[in-house]
Design a protein around this ligand. Structure first.
Ligand SMILES: Cc1cc2nc3c(=O)[nH]c(=O)nc-3n(C[C@H](O)[C@H](O)[C@H](O)COP(=O)(O)OP(=O)(O)OC[C@H]3O[C@@H](n4cnc5c(N)ncnc54)[C@H](O)[C@@H]3O)c2cc1C
Length: 402
């Protein structure tokens, strides 16, 4: 089979699916490309949903291309269409509308879905989850001055929504089960910074607080406290949308396992983005990442491999979050109690670096993109570093890479 002429189908028209479709054409692929997504919209970038779209009543979603532009690229975009089953023997997919589509090579880029809270089923107050455009458009008009907004989950998405709600004059309560905010990131300095920032902006931050039930006036916590709320937003993480992969025996506990080319154990089946779990040479373990950069770059590398190019994806995890005027960036896996601090962790500009066995394994930066650019390279390089040198804010991190 000439791979450049093959029929390629991409399931999931999110960031990964869309960037893969573009990368196929950029790599010279001439065969049919079909991009199938169950949302009613053309592909868009999600980061805007919890930032600009909540802050600005007029802001539109960040669409990757218009429907016309997809057509001009020669990509058949099928929105509002769910892939229901994969028939591996016949190499075809059954679609929700009743028809089917054949493929030579398939990319599964089905992403994740928000984890839901069973305790809030049946609540009389509207409970919001934030994953898609329609979620943002439903939540946005609720963030009005004076409304009491309860956030369940003090992770990245919860805090971005909290920042937008506070900026729009809402009264905000953040409920977090761990004893600090942003527990998944693993940086004590960043958690303290976020806590101080939200308290200063007027939020009530309740850590070690377990949700128990909904209540006529809001939420009930396990210790009996009631949090009054007009709006409830839940941000407690996501789960991989792995049901198609399960059908063909691929999905593991964490996601769909792929090699460095994005190939699964099944011939001609690839996966990329939030749903894919890949070996990380930077961190010596299998990782399923949930961030924009991974969705984009892993998908591009996988698309190139699908048409036979020598393409592998190896990069440390990196993501950003914007909360008020703080640009937070995280590389790798901080998870270290004794962080090396560059700058003043109590200020609005600092970096915190985690070193294990002489290597930088993770770092966060607050309003310090310059440090982060070097820290990303340091994590990827696995070079041995001198912790004392890193702690000196005048030490040029570039020298650690030499
Ligand atoms: C509100 C929000 C804010 C974010 N902010 C940031 C940020 O600031 N920085 C950052 O680095 N990352 C951020 N992210 C994470 C980033 O957006 C994701 O990592 C990225 O969108 C993952 O892309 P994906 O294509 O793998 O999956 P998704 O974006 O989840 O796309 C998968 C698509 O597949 C569809 N699908 C699933 N099953 C089927 C099926 N059977 N048939 C057809 N279609 C199907 C889904 O409906 C979805 O449209 C944010 C995420 C959210 C939700």
């Amino acid at each position: 089979m000439d791979l450049l002429e093959s029929r390629i189908v991409i399931v999931g028209a999110g960031q990964a699916g869309a960037r893969a479709a573009e990368a196929l054409r950029a790599a010279g692929h001439r065969g049919a490309v079909t991009l199938i997504g169950d949302e009613p919209h053309p592909p868009y970038e999600r980061p805007q949903l919890s930032k600009k779209m909540l802050l600005d009543q007029q802001a539109d979603a960040a669409f990757i291309r218009t429907t016309q532009e997809w057509s001009d690229l020669g990509v058949t975009l099928r929105t509002g269409t769910r892939v229901v089953t994969i028939d591996l023997g016949q190499r075809k997919l059954a679609l929700s509308g009743g028809d089917d589509v054949g493929f030579d090579r398939l990319l599964i880029a089905t992403g994740t879905r928000p984890r839901r809270l069973a305790a809030l089923e049946g609540a009389t107050i509207a409970v919001h989850y934030l994953r898609g455009i329609d979620d943002a458009l439903t939540l946005r008009p609720q963030l009005v001055e004076g409304h009491r907004v309860a956030l369940v989950g003090g992770g990245v998405i919860g805090l971005e929504v909290a920042a937008a709600a506070l900026s729009r004059g809402c009264k905000v309560t953040i409920i977090e089960r761990a004893d600090h905010l942003l527990p998944q990131i693993g940086s004590p300095s960043l958690s303290r910074f976020a806590h101080d920032m939200f308290v200063k902006r007027g939020a009530a931050v309740l850590c070690k607080a377990e949700l128990s039930d909904h209540h006529a006036s809001g939420l009930m916590l396990a210790d009996g406290r009631v949090v009054d709320a007009d709006v409830i937003v839940v941000g407690i993480g996501v789960e991989p949308a792995g049901e198609l992969a399960q059908q063909i025996g691929l999905a593991g506990v964490q996601g769909i396992r792929v090699d460095a080319r994005g190939a699964t154990e099944c011939d001609n089946i690839f996966a990329a983005g939030d749903v894919a779990e890949q070996w990380s040479a930077c961190h010596d373990r299998w990782l399923r990442l949930e961030n924009w950069a991974n969705a984009q770059n892993q998908a591009i590398a996988t698309a190139r491999a699908m048409v036979g190019l020598d393409s592998r994806y190896e990069a440390p995890s990196w993501f950003w979050s914007d909360q008020f005027d703080a640009n937070i960036q995280v590389v790798g896996h901080p998870a270290c109690a004794n962080e090396i601090i560059r700058g003043d962790a109590g200020s609005a500009r600092f970096s915190a670096i985690s070193v294990r066995d002489g290597e930088v394994v993770g770092a966060v930066s607050v309003n310090n993109a310059k440090d982060m650019a070097m820290l990303r390279r340091l994590v990827a390089s696995r070079k041995k570093v001198d912790p004392a040198a890193l702690a000196n804010p005048n030490f040029d991190l570039k020298r650690a890479l030499a």
